[in-house]
Structures are given as C-alpha cells and as structure tokens.
Design a protein around this ligand. Structure first.
Ligand SMILES: NC(=O)c1ccc[n+]([C@@H]2O[C@H](COP(=O)([O-])OP(=O)(O)OC[C@H]3O[C@@H](n4cnc5c(N)ncnc54)[C@H](OP(=O)(O)O)[C@@H]3O)[C@@H](O)[C@H]2O)c1
Length: 315
C-alpha cells in the first residue's frame, strides 16, 4: 500500500461504486480525503463531502486549494441504453466536469501538484482477439470517441507544470459499499440463477481488475513522482467471456450456465436489464504493460483469487 500519510486528496465523482472504495482505501493509507459530488455519498467513512454541480465554479473550489492531489472519476454511468440523450450526457458529464476542474485549478492559489484522471480501456475499442497495450491503436465507436474527448479535455485542463496520470481502466470487480456493486453485481446474480453461460460467441475479451489493485495503483500515482502519462489499469490476465462466467459460477457453486444467443441479448438487455447489449456482446483484451514494466505487483493477478476474495470476505 502506497503511503499517503498527511496528503490531502480530493476525489471528484467520488460518491459512486469506485469513489467510495477509493476513499476508504486512501483514508486507510493515511490520506485526508474529500469527496466532491452532486449527491451526498451513501454510507459513512473517514472522508468529508463537498457538493458541486459538475458544471459551474463555486465555493467547492476551496476544497482543492492546497490539496496535494485531485482524482477525477466524474461521469454518468455507461451501463444504460444508448439513447441520444444518454450518449450526450455520457460525453458531457466527463468532458465538462474535467474542464471545470481545470478552470477551478487556475482560480486557486495553491493547485494540487498531481491530477489523476480516470479514463477507460474501452479507448482501444472492441478488437475480437488482439491483445492491446498502451502502444495499441485506439478504436472506433461511442466509447473510444468519449474516451478521446475526455483525455483531450484533461490534457487542455491540466496545468502545464502539473503531473498528470491517465488511468485507462478496465472492468473493476469490487464490493458494494452503498453505491452499488458495479457490473459484477449483475453478473453474479445472472450466474447464481444458472444463466451465466456463453454470451454470443463467448470469445470476447473481459479485461478486469480487483478494486484493491485499482486503489493501490491510484495511490501509487499520487505518491510516486515518476508516474506520468497514460497507463492501462487492468490485471495482467484478461480472460474470455466464457472463462469469466465459468470462474464466477464456480465461486458461486453453480454448475449450470445456460448460454445466451446474440439475438436474445439484443432483445433482452434493453428490455429486461435496461442496458446496452453491446456491453455484453463485445469486449477487449488489454495488458497493463507500463505497470508491469515499472514492477507493479498485483495482489490479485488471477480472476479466481480476485472473485474468491470478494465473495468470501464480508468486509
Ligand atoms: N466501474 C468500472 O468498472 C469502471 C471502469 C472504467 C472506468 N470507469 C469510470 O470510473 C468512473 C467512476 O465509475 P463508478 O463505477 O464509480 O461509477 P458510478 O458509481 O456511476 O459513479 C459515477 C460518479 O460520477 C458522478 N457523476 C455522475 N453523473 C455526473 C454528472 N452528470 N456530472 C458530474 N458528476 C457525475 C457521480 O456522482 P453524483 O451523481 O453524486 O454527482 C458518481 O460519483 C466513471 O467515470 C466510469 O466511467 C469505471
């Protein structure tokens, strides 16, 4: 665990699934954490909360004046049907909140020396079998377009002398701390019902990371002066969709996993789960090449140990 003792850290968009996990982790590592969000975070922790609207400057700026680090996670969930208004909000919630943080940083006397910016491994698109590293070509479609705009907003908003770290993060498996359990909560339910088999071809990649490793990488980005630029934040062992669900079923002790054909997902996902079928039908294999080169040690490099940890322990 990176040492954050005495560091004042602001997590914008910190009221959600990942933010609450990160706030708890940073506090445990000695950090003094403020969550900046529109709604009051559910649950309690050692963090404090400041309200903003994600669109306009205000008194909330005082929370980042003199802070050591700002972490920006703000963004509307992508786990929805991609109607034009949802697509618009997915883009704007990320780009506009990032630009706003940039304006705020220019408006205060003592800006944080490091800005850690969330992004997504979906920037590499949905290649069926290619294994992507930071060097790989970016993809096409909504998610890569949003990711590029998000990262561009960050590049223009970060102060020229400020250290900036971009986290191209894959699917995070973690616990529900009051703000939902992310996509794993849904997949776990599907697995328990005996429905967690092959989806479509089943060969689409599922790149994943345990929340503890994610939090440790973000903490390291705050503490280590050497970290800068874009990183893939994912375990070194991505798996296919079929293998992911087989491992999840095993952890739940469910021997049956009925398959879902593509047409079923295309009809069922929007109707039943109110989500985008393409999130299940497509995927990507990514490898955290830079973290591996820099000697980062993953606590949960293998999926079975990551899932067992999440389901075996109640904390
Ligand atoms: N979970 C994953 O596996 C994963 C993987 C890669 C990247 N990410 C990215 O990491 C970030 C956090 O993910 P999460 O799973 O914690 O999502 P989440 O639970 O939906 O939390 C999203 C956060 O963004 C804020 N937010 C939502 N809409 C906003 C808007 N219009 N303006 C300003 N803030 C807004 C929310 O706070 P308020 O609504 O209270 O303001 C909340 O704190 C997201 O940007 C997501 O795309 C997540």
């Amino acid at each position: 665990m990176a040492d954050l003792a005495g560091k004042r850290i602001v997590i914008a968009g910190g009221s959600g699934f990942l933010g609450l996990s990160m706030a708890a982790y940073f506090s445990k590592a000695g950090g003094d954490v403020t969550i900046l969000s529109r709604s009051r975070p559910k649950g309690n922790g050692l963090w404090s909360h400041v309200s903003w609207d994600g669109r306009t400057l205000g008194k909330w700026q005082e929370s980042i004046d003199g802070a050591d680090a700002v972490v920006n996670l703000a963004g509307r969930t992508v786990n929805c049907v991609k109607t034009p208004d949802h697509q618009d909000e997915i883009l704007r919630s990320r780009v506009e909140s990032t630009r706003l943080l940039g304006q705020a940083i220019r408006d205060i006397s003592s800006p944080p020396s490091v800005w850690v910016q969330m992004s997504t491994a979906h920037i590499y698109g949905d290649p069926p079998s290619a294994v992507c590293t930071e060097e790989s070509a970016e993809g096409i479609g909504l998610a890569p377009t949003v990711a590029r705009a998000w990262e561009a907003a960050f590049a223009e908003s970060k102060l020229p002398y400020q250290r900036g770290v971009i986290m191209r993060t894959s699917f995070v498996v973690g616990r529900d701390r009051g703000a939902g359990g992310g996509a794993l909560a849904t997949l776990g339910l599907i697995a328990k019902l005996g429905l967690g088999g092959r989806v479509g071809s089943g060969t689409q990649g599922m790149s994943w990371i345990h929340e503890t490793d994610l939090n440790n990488i973000f903490a390291r980005a705050i503490a280590e002066q050497t970290m800068s630029g874009a990183y893939i934040v994912s375990s070194p062992n991505p798996v296919s969709q079929v293998d992911f669900m087989r491992t999840l079923r095993k952890v739940h002790g469910m021997p049956i996993g009925l398959p879902a054909f593509e047409w079923m997902v295309r009809i069922g996902a929007p109707l039943v789960l109110r989500t985008d079928p393409e999130l299940a039908l497509y995927g990507r294999y990514v490898i955290p090449q830079r973290l591996m080169n820099e000697g980062f040690s993953f606590q949960f490099a293998k999926l079975d140990s990551a899932l067992k940890d999440l389901y075996d322990r109640a904390n």
